[in-house]
Ligand binder design. Sequence first.
Ligand SMILES: Cc1cc2nc3c(=O)[nH]c(=O)nc-3n(C[C@H](O)[C@H](O)[C@H](O)COP(=O)(O)O)c2cc1C
Length: 135
Amino acid sequence: MPADAHSLYEFFYTSQLDPQTSPTVVGQILSTARPHNARMGVSGLLVFDGLRFFQHLEGPRAALEPLMGRIVGDIRHQDVRILHEGVLLQRRYHRFDMGYAQTDDLDALAALISLSGVPAVERFLHMRAGFDIQA
Ligand SMILES: Cc1cc2nc3c(=O)[nH]c(=O)nc-3n(C[C@H](O)[C@H](O)[C@H](O)COP(=O)(O)O)c2cc1C
């Protein structure tokens, strides 16, 4: 295993709900994600506007990379675009295996896609204060 496999890593991506899939699938996703993430030491936040997902994931790189591979291959969503990934010094979501928030601020979310990279992550973290997060 490479020396940095245990170092903290983060992914921030956006995707679209598969058009054949009901928005109620979020409940199933969370009920799988939460125990998995707790076991793997992964934490983060999933935001859904009824059409588009934004997810910020953090945890040991050795756990996060295969998880991201599974998520990319998940047929319940499509057009997965990784806006940022990289080494992380400190966790941001200690409290959540996978926090969840719904929002109808479509414009603010759309702006994140055009930002991408670290500025997109920073804007998302700033928006977090306005989310009603279910842990
Ligand atoms: C938008 C979205 C977010 C997801 N987030 C997670 C997550 O944080 N943790 C997780 O284990 N699975 C998550 N999943 C589910 C994974 O894609 C996958 O179904 C799950 O890890 C089980 O994989 P397995 O059946 O290969 O064990 C997510 C799926 C979608 C569509």
